[in-house]
Design a protein around this ligand. Structure first.
Ligand code: DSN
Length: 413
C-alpha cells in the first residue's frame, strides 16, 4: 500500500474519537482519578516514538537505534527525580497495577505477608484484594479506617503490624481524603523491619506541588500513576532508595514488561516539566480549595462526607441518608453530563457493584479553571439531579445548564 493511502484518515475511528472529544468538552468531569492533559502532553503521546522498541534501559538496550530514545528516557528520569526528590526513578511502568506488581516482585517472594488498607475502606485492588494478582500471590493482612472518624488509626495499624509481622507495609490509597502520616508508617515498619511502600497515584500532583507531605524522602519505594492529579499521560513510575534500584529495574524489565512505551515516556517528561512550574503549584492549590468548597457545599445540603472532609482532591459522599445508591446516583449524573464514580463507604452494608457512596474529585474541573464559586453551582447541579432522578424533563434542563457551564470554561482543545 502506498504511504498516501496509509495516511488517509480512518473516518470511522476518527468520528468515534471526535465523539469522545465532544463528550469531554460538554460534560463535567468529577472522577477523582481523571484529568485533562495539556496539548504538549497529547503531542508527545502521538509522536513517532511509538514506532520504537527499546527493551532494557538507557545505554543498555537489547535493540539498536536507541540513541534518541535514551535521551528522552534520561530526561524523564532527571525531571522526575527533581520533582519528587527521588534517589532512583524507573519511568517505564505501563500503569499503576503493573508498577505495584513490579514492587512486590522486587522485594517479596510469593506467599510473603503484606499489610495493606482494605479496598472498601479506600485501598486499591492491587493492595491485596483476593480477586487481584496481589491477593492471590501474596498473603495479605489488612487494616481499615476507624468506624466513627473514618480516619486511619495508626495505633491499630501498629497493633496488627506487631502481631502479623508483615514483610511489607503499604500506605497510599485510592479513596482516602486525609493527609497520610508517612513517618508513623515508617516508624512501625522499623520496629518489625518491614519494607515501606507508598502508592501515591491519587495525590502525586499535590505532593509534587509541595502541598502534601512527600513519602519519597521517607519510604523505601513509592509508585504513582502519572495521569491523575499529576495531569500527565496514562502510565506510572516507581521511585525508590538507591539501594533498591537494581531490584526494581530488574522487576520491571525483564521481570514483567517488554518494550517500554517510549511515546508515553516522552509525555511523562513533558508532564514532569509542567509539574515543576509555578503555574502547577497554583493549580494544585486551587484543586484542594475546590475540593474543600465541594465538601462544604454538600455538607450544607445535609450530605454525609466520609471522615467529615478532605485534605486533598477527593472525598466520598455517604448517600445512605439520601435514599439513592451509589450506582443509581452515578447513572443519574451520567444522564446530565456529570461523570462521577460510585464508591464503597467503610464497612459498606451494600455490595461493591452497587455501593452506598460516590467518590468525587476536583482535579479535572480545576484544569478547566472552575473555582470555588462554580463548585457551589456544581453541588447544586448534582443535588438537583439526584432529587429529580425520575424526571427526565428536569434532568434535560439540568443537562443544558451543565453544557452552559462547560462552554464558559472550555478545554484547551
Ligand atoms: N482506577 C483508579 C481509580 O479510579 O482510583 C485506580 O486504579
Amino acid at each position: 500500500m502506498r504511504a498516501k493511502k496509509l495516511n488517509k484518515i480512518d473516518k470511522e475511528a476518527s468520528s468515534i474519537i471526535n465523539q469522545e472529544l465532544k463528550r469531554q468538552q460538554n460534560e463535567l468531569e468529577l472522577i477523582a482519578s481523571e484529568n485533562y492533559v495539556s496539548l504538549a502532553v497529547l503531542e508527545a503521546m502521538s509522536s513517532v516514538l511509538t514506532n520504537k522498541y527499546s527493551e532494557g534501559y538507557p545505554e543498555k538496550r537489547y535493540y539498536g537505534g536507541n540513541q534518541v530514545v535514551d535521551k528522552i528516557e534520561n530526561l524523564a528520569i532527571k525531571r522526575a527525580k527533581k520533582l519528587f526528590n527521588a534517589e532512583h526513578v524507573n519511568v517505564q511502568p505501563l500503569s499503576g497495577s503493573p508498577a505495584n506488581l513490579a514492587v512486590y516482585m522486587a522485594l517479596l517472594e510469593p506467599n510473603d505477608k503484606v499489610l495493606g488498607l482494605k479496598l472498601d475502606h479506600g485501598g486499591h485492588l492491587s493492595h491485596g484484594h483476593q480477586v487481584n494478582f496481589s491477593g492471590r500471590l501474596y498473603d495479605f493482612v489488612q487494616y481499615g479506617v476507624n468506624e466513627k472518624s473514618g480516619l486511619i488509626d495508626m495505633d491499630e495499624v501498629r497493633k496488627i503490624a506487631l502481631k502479623e509481622k508483615p514483610k511489607m507495609i503499604i500506605a497510599g490509597f485510592s479513596a482516602y481524603s486525609r493527609e497520610i502520616d508517612w513517618e508513623a508508617f515508617q516508624s512501625i515498619a522499623n520496629e518489625i523491619k518491614a519494607y515501606t511502600f507508598a502508592d501515591i497515584a491519587h495525590i502525586a500532583g499535590l505532593v509534587a506541588a509541595g502541598l502534601l507531605k512527600n513519602p519519597v524522602e521517607i519510604f523505601d519505594v513509592v509508585t504513582t500513576t502519572t495521569h491523575k492529579t499529576l495531569r500527565g499521560p496514562r502510565g506510572a513510575i516507581i521511585m525508590c532508595k538507591e539501594k533498591y534500584a537494581k531490584q526494581i529495574d530488574r522487576a520491571v524489565f525483564p521481570g514483567i514488561q517488554g518494550g517500554p512505551h517510549d511515546h508515553v515516556t516522552a509525555a511523562k517528561a513533558v508532564c514532569f516539566k509542567e509539574a515543576l512550574s509555578l503555574e502547577f503549584k497554583y493549580y494544585s492549590k486551587q484543586v484542594i480549595k475546590n475540593a474543600k468548597a465541594l465538601v462544604e457545599g454538600f455538607k450544607n445540603l445535609d450530605y454525609q462526607v466520609v471522615s467529615g472532609g478532605t485534605d486533598n482532591h477527593l472525598f466520598i459522599l455517604d448517600l445512605r441518608n439520601k435514599n439513592i445508591s451509589g450506582r443509581e446516583a452515578e447513572k443519574t449524573l451520567e444522564k446530565v453530563g456529570i461523570s462521577v464514580s460510585r464508591s464503597t463507604i467503610p464497612n459498606d452494608p451494600s455490595p461493591p457493584f452497587n455501593p452506598s457512596g460516590l467518590r468525587l474529585g476536583s482535579a479535572a474541573l480545576t484544569t478547566r479553571d472552575l473555582k470555588e464559586k462554580e463548585m457551589q453551582e456544581v453541588v447544586e447541579l448534582i443535588d438537583q439531579s439526584l432529587k429529580e432522578k425520575d424526571n427526565d424533563e428536569k434532568l434535560n434542563k439540568i443537562k443544558d445548564r451543565v453544557k452552559f457551564l462547560c462552554k464558559k470554561f472550555p478545554l484547551a482543545y
